[in-house]
Design a protein around this ligand. Structure first.
Ligand SMILES: Cc1cc2nc3c(=O)[nH]c(=O)nc-3n(C[C@H](O)[C@H](O)[C@H](O)COP(=O)(O)OP(=O)(O)OC[C@H]3O[C@@H](n4cnc5c(N)ncnc54)[C@H](O)[C@@H]3O)c2cc1C
Length: 380
């Protein structure tokens, strides 16, 4: 079977590794001319680590990652609102939550691929299918055919928007900067911290090699020109109401190590499979980053699809299995992640007051139980 994958992001590359290991002929087509060393960290949840272990790259990802033992939530004065013990993940599910540099995650996938799998400067502009094959047309005038097309072309997926008109990204109401800088003892070695206020939210987590990954979000209109060209000091200035370490971490991050995006998701889809075209990763279920699960869900997609091919001979059954396993689960993540964002980003003082009053009374175990569905992942 010949499988074409559009998009060489985390989802597309993970799918390519998974399917190639099962002996399929796989080609990845990426619009960009090369891989940029993506300047941000990423959290990989226990569920995604469990999935990566199935395809033999988990050990490498773990070795390049940094384990988190605790997740702390604080108010704007740095007073603890709640603490979640993450060490129980290992005991319960066999894998921990880690942080990793995105570039290292990409490199792990790239190194696991056969030579000549990736094709750069290949922007897909249209697809056509009949009962047996899909034809993919690229901007450079070339075409290829495949038995199955995996559309892993991200949140703005043009393939999804052709198949499901109107499935455009929906702005969540907040814009987000994220960066990587040297830790220099400012952030606890095993603790991920998130601070909430009515004027913004800030999070930071340690990474390997003495680095720290942070994100900072404020509510504003989409594409607000006021926030497009800020330097590190100016971004830090927006979060000065938090403890000093927050401003310090942001303002000492070199501007070239800061990314800025408005946060969006898509309305959950009812289907990921359209004949021989299969949506995967953000193209299928882009979510807000409040649960740190977008890439994790893309990784799960890839492994579940691979397991479908192992379990069923007929491709229709494989794709039905994929939809059954993935549509409802990822819809739940999209919805829950939006809700968490709305609570964490609220600007309404009475609501924030009630939140900050009640949150400390919720036992860590109850918070973890709420996420049991996520970490207790069934990939087969
Ligand atoms: C602020 C922020 C923080 C996040 N933090 C986390 C986190 O901690 N943990 C986590 O799990 N997730 C996180 N995510 C989500 C995560 O980054 C995404 O879910 C993940 O990268 C999606 O991977 P993908 O491969 O589906 O899409 P993408 O990474 O978007 O890759 C799509 C690829 O397709 C290519 N492409 C697009 N169109 C075409 C075309 N027409 N032809 C050919 N190629 C094309 C693009 O160039 C790109 O390389 C975060 C997201 C944001 C915005």
């Amino acid at each position: 079977m010949k499988i074409a994958i559009i998009g060489g992001g985390i989802g597309g590359l993970c799918a390519a590794v998974t399917l190639q290991k099962q002996g399929f002929s796989v080609q990845v087509y990426e619009a960009n001319s090369m891989f940029q060393p993506v300047g941000a960290g990423i959290g990989i949840g226990s569920n995604a680590m469990q999935a990566l272990m199935e395809i033999g790259v988990g050990e490498d990802v773990f070795a390049n990652g940094h384990v988190l033992h605790t997740q702390v939530f604080q108010n704007q004065n740095g007073k603890s609102l709640n603490t979640v013990d993450l060490t129980i993940l290992k005991k319960l599910y066999g894998q921990e939550n880690i942080t990793i540099h995105r570039a290292k995650l990409h490199r792990t996938f790239l190194e696991a691929l056969k030579p000549n799998t990736l094709n750069f400067n290949k922007k897909c502009i249209s697809t056509e299918q009949n009962d047996d094959q899909v034809t993919i047309r690229f901007e450079d005038g070339t075409t290829v055919t495949a038995d199955i097309l995996l559309a892993a072309d991200g949140i703005h997926s043009s393939i999804r928007q052709q198949l499901v008109p109107g499935s455009i990204p929906k702005y969540a109401g907040y814009t987000c900067w994220r960066g990587i800088t040297e830790n220099k003892g400012r952030v606890d070695e095993y603790t991920s911290t998130e601070l909430w206020s009515t004027k913004g939210r800030f999070g930071m987590a340690p990474m390997k090699d003495g680095l720290v990954y942070w994100f900072a979000c404020i509510n504003t209109a989409a594409r607000n020109p006021q926030f497009q060209q800020l330097n590190s000091q100016e971004i830090g200035g927006l979060f000065q109401h938090f403890p000093e370490v927050v401003h310090n971490v942001i303002s000492t991050t070199p501007l070239k190590s800061i990314l800025h995006h408005d946060i969006s998701d898509i309305k959950p889809l009812r289907h990921f499979v359209f004949g021989r075209v299969v949506l995967l990763g953000d193209a299928a279920h882009a979510t807000t980053p409040n649960m740190g699960q977008g890439a994790g869900q893309a990784i799960e997609d890839a492994i579940v699809l691979g397991n479908g091919f192992k379990q069923f001979e007929h491709v229709d059954k494989v794709l039905a299995f994929y939809e059954e396993k993935r549509v409802a689960r990822t819809a739940k993540v999209i919805r829950l992640s939006r809700q968490i964002g709305a609570i964490a980003q609220t600007q309404m003082r009475p609501i924030a007051g009630v939140r900050d009053f009640l949150f400390p009374f919720i036992p860590s175990k109850v918070l973890m139980n709420r996420l049991k569905f996520l970490f207790d992942v069934k990939l087969k």
